[in-house]
Write a protein that binds this ligand. Structure first.
Ligand code: ZEM
Length: 289
């Protein structure tokens, strides 16, 4: 059929509209499957995209969202990734419907979709990640440990290339979702609206009184007033550290500033270590609303 050296038809080259179709599929599955957790798979999709990206090491260029190596053990078995199979499985039917998208691009697109659908800021996205095999799995210990404080947070996030302001902005993602005792050992949500992105994490951190929760689980804080919200030791380090706390106060006072900085820093997180094609522009997907 392809004689005389004639080229075979080139592989499907997806465009903006094709990625928007994947976005729409994820958004409609989010809407459809409301009987999970607080009513949305959104938070756990954000956590998947973050854990795929947050393994990045700027010195060696290893880790990051290029590769989707969390599909494989040992990375899938790392303690920090407990529970993320739920998010990966949620996306399998999407991958089956759009087999041309890589897992690596799909997981990040799902994070972008979840943030926008949970009324967060626009998160510009560009494709270009390719899937790698088990040999690209990162060693355990690259993601933050919730039991630790500011020195640890700086070690972990400086390794990815972030500064103090960016660390605080990123932590604002804890407005979303909750801790699950059968995943991390910790229990409970950070805010009263865990499926809507707001600056409430910072507001609650500064405005509520927090005390150690009395229970058999790992050391965590509860709010004195309702005892229904939680903070991790690593969250509380953000108000205990003078430089971090300056940003906590700024974001608590100004949701627009938080949205602007959160969008910028999450784009940076999601692109760590990705060898994008030259000229690949970023797109903003239309939300379902
Ligand atoms: Zn989290 N995070 N995280 N995080 N995280 C949990 C849940 C979620 C830390 C951490 O130890 C934990 C960032 C940063 C940090 C989300 C997003 C982002 C949980 C609970 C823990 C223990 C897991 C469970 O039991 O299900 C620590 C120490 C961090 C350092 C600052 C960053 C950055 C994030 C995104 C930008 C989200 C959305 C969740 C909720 C997941 C869910 O299933 O509801």
């Amino acid at each position: 059929l392809y004689q005389n050296g004639a080229a075979a038809p080139s592989a499907f080259a997806p465009k903006f509209e094709d990625y928007q179709a994947v976005y729409n599929e994820i958004a409609s599955r989010l809407e459809e499957k409301e009987d999970y957790d607080d009513g949305s798979y959104g938070p756990v999709l954000v956590r998947l995209a973050w854990h795929a990206s947050g393994t990045y090491d700027k010195e060696t260029g290893t880790g990051g969202s290029n590769g989707a190596t969390m599909r494989f053990a040992p990375e899938s078995e790392h303690g920090a990734n407990a529970g993320l199979k739920v998010a990966r499985d949620f996306l399998e039917p999407v991958k089956a419907k759009f087999p041309w998208i890589t897992y690596s691009d799909l997981w990040i697109l799902a994070g972008v979709c979840a943030i926008q659908e949970m009324l967060g800021p626009a998160i510009p996205y560009r494709p270009g990640r390719s899937d790698r095999d088990v040999s690209a799995c990162t060693p355990d210990g690259r993601l933050p440990d919730a039991a630790q404080a500011q020195d640890h947070l700086r070690n972990i996030f400086y390794r990815m290339g972030f500064n103090d302001q960016e660390i605080v902005a990123l932590a604002g993602a804890h407005a979303l979702g909750r801790c699950h005792s059968n995943r991390s050992g910790y229990e409970g949500p950070w805010t009263f609206s865990p499926t809507v992105l707001t600056n409430d994490f910072f507001k609650l951190l500064t405005e509520e009184k927090w005390q150690w929760k009395k229970w058999n689980g790992p050391k965590q804080y509860e709010d004195k007033k309702t005892k229904t919200l939680m903070m991790l030791p690593a969250d509380m380090a953000l108000v205990q550290d003078k430089k971090f706390n300056e940003w906590v106060k700024k974001y608590a006072a100004d949701n627009d500033l938080f949205f602007k900085d959160f969008s910028a820093v999450i784009v940076k997180l999601f692109e760590l270590g990705v060898p994008f094609k030259e000229g690949q522009e970023r797109w903003v997907f239309k939300t379902s609303a």
